[in-house]
Design a protein around this ligand. Structure first.
Ligand code: PLP
Length: 392
C-alpha cells in the first residue's frame, strides 16, 4: 500500500495541466491589477461592471454597522435577518416567481437541492455541459440520471414519453459557462407544456440573469421565452449582481419545502446580512434603468467583438445566436491555447484558458468574458492580439 505522501505525489504528477492562480492586488472592473500592472480584464463574471459601484459598497458598509460581519448562524437559527428576507422577496418579484430561497453559493444550492427533489421514482436528465455543482448534486442524491447533448434531446423526449409512470427532472443552463447560449430552450418549454404533471423543468441561468434580456430576466427573456414556462430558476448573486450567494425561484410550496429540508441551507451559516444589504442595492440597480443601460453597453460590446472576430477571421465558436457575454475560441490542442494565453499575457491582456477536465481533452479553449466595463478600444486590442498570437 502507498503512503499518503506517495499517493498525493502520484495524484499531483498525474495532473495534465496545472490551473493558473493569480491573485489580484485590488479590483477594477476594466482591469485585472496584478503586481501593479493593469491587465485588460476579460476573465470577470462582473458582467455589468458594478462590483465596486458606490450603492453596493455603501449598502455593505451600513449593513456591517447594523449587523456586524458574520450572520452568526444558519437561517433556521440566529442567521436570518430582515435583509435576507427582503432580498428573497425582491428577487422573486423581479423575476416573476412566487417565492425565492437564498443559499450561500450557487454551488452549494446545486449540491443540495437534487436530494430533496428526487426519490426512487424520479429520473434526472441533464445537459452534459451542465456545471460541476449539478453533477455533484445529482450524484449525491443517488437518483437515476442520464446526460444528453443538444443532438440527443429528441431521444430524451421519446424516452420520457415511454416512462409515464416516472417523475422526470430536465435540467439545463441558460448560458453554459464553457459553451455559451443554450440553443434548445424553446423545445424544453414546449415539452414541459405538453407534460405538465410528470416533468419538472429546471434552468440554471447563473450567467444570464441580470446580464441578458432588456429587463435582465436572463437568457429566456433574451430568446423571447416566458420564465413562467419553467418550474425552477436557479441563479447566483456572484456574477451580474456582483455580490455573493445563490438563489432559487419557484412556487411557494416548492420553496417552502426546500427551506425546511435542503441540507445546504439548514446545516450552514447563512450569507452575512451586509452581503444581503449590498445585494438588495445591486438588484435595485440591475432591475431598473441603470441595468438596462449597462446591458445595452454589454450587447454593443458583444456585437463589436463578433464583428472584429469576423474581420480578423478569428475561430470564434459560433453557436448561431451569438448573444452570450461568454465567447470561446476552441482549438484541438493544449499547446495552441497555452501559446495564445501567454502571448496575450505579455501584452497585458487576461483571458481564460480552459483545459481538460473542465472541457473535453481535444477541445481546450480560450474563454473571453465580455462585460459592460470593457471599452471598444479594449476589444480592439484584444482581437488584434488574438489574431497575432494565432498566426505566430
Ligand atoms: C451554471 C452555474 N451554476 C452555478 C454556479 C456556481 O455559482 P456560485 O459561484 O454562486 O457558487 C456557476 C459558477 O460558475 C455556474 O456557472
Amino acid at each position: 500500500m502507498h503512503s499518503w505522501n506517495e499517493w498525493f505525489k502520484t495524484k499531483y504528477n498525474a495532473l495534465d495541466t496545472l490551473k493558473l492562480r493569480i491573485a489580484r492586488d485590488k479590483y477594477h472592473s476594466r482591469f485585472f491589477i496584478h503586481d501593479n500592472i493593469n491587465y485588460l480584464n476579460f476573465i470577470s463574471n462582473d458582467y455589468l461592471g458594478i462590483a465596486k459601484h458606490e450603492n453596493l459598497v455603501d449598502a455593505l458598509k451600513s449593513g456591517v454597522d447594523q449587523h456586524g460581519v458574520g450572520s452568526t448562524g444558519a437561517p433556521n437559527l440566529s442567521g436570518l435577518s430582515v435583509e435576507h428576507e427582503t432580498l428573497s422577496a425582491q428577487l422573486a418579484s423581479w423575476l416573476g416567481f412566487e417565492s425565492c430561497l437564498l443559499f450561500n453559493t450557487g454551488f452549494q444550492l446545486n449540491s443540495s437541492i437534487f436530494s430533496q427533489l428526487t426519490d426512487e421514482n424520479t429520473i434526472v436528465w441533464f445537459d452534459r455541459r451542465c456545471h460541476a455543482s449539478h453533477i455533484d448534486g445529482i450524484r449525491l442524491s443517488q437518483v437515476k440520471f442520464y446526460s444528453f447533448s443538444d443532438n440527443t434531446l429528441n431521444n430524451v423526449f421519446k424516452r420520457i414519453n415511454a416512462l409515464p409512470e416516472k417523475r422526470h427532472i430536465i435540467l439545463t443552463e441558460g448560458t453554459f459557462s464553457m459553451d455559451g447560449t443554450c440553443l434548445y430552450l424553446d423545445k424544453l418549454l414546449k415539452f414541459k407544456s405538453e407534460n405538465p404533471n410528470n416533468v419538472l423543468l429546471i434552468v440554471d441561468d447563473a450567467h444570464g440573469i441580470g446580464t441578458l434580456g432588456s429587463n435582465g430576466y436572463g437568457t429566456l427573456e433574451q430568446l423571447g421565452l416566458p420564465l413562467s414556462g419553467i418550474d425552477i430558476l436557479i441563479g447566483t448573486l456572484g456574477k451580474a449582481i456582483a455580490t455573493f450567494g445563490g438563489f432559487v425561484c419557484s412556487k411557494y410550496n416548492i420553496i417552502d419545502y426546500l427551506k425546511q429540508t435542503a441540507r445546504g441551507v439548514i446545516f450552514s451559516t447563512n450569507i452575512p446580512p451586509a452581503i444581503a444589504s449590498s445585494s438588495i442595492a445591486s438588484v435595485a440597480l440591475v432591475a431598473t434603468d441603470t441595468g438596462t443601460k449597462l446591458r445595452y453597453t454589454l450587447t454593443q460590446n458583444i456585437n463589436y467583438f463578433l464583428e472584429l472576430c469576423s474581420q480578423y477571421n478569428l475561430p470564434v465558436y459560433n453557436n448561431t445566436l451569438n448573444i452570450s457575454p461568454i465567447q470561446l475560441l476552441i482549438f484541438d490542442n493544449e499547446d495552441t491555447t497555452t501559446h495564445i494565453f501567454n502571448e496575450l499575457r505579455t501584452k497585458h491582456i487576461r483571458v481564460g484558458k480552459i483545459s481538460y477536465p473542465t472541457v473535453k481533452k481535444n477541445a481546450p479553449r480560450i474563454r473571453i468574458s465580455l462585460t459592460a466595463a470593457n471599452t471598444r478600444a479594449d476589444i480592439e486590442t484584444l482581437c488584434e492580439a488574438l489574431a497575432k498570437a494565432i498566426t505566430c
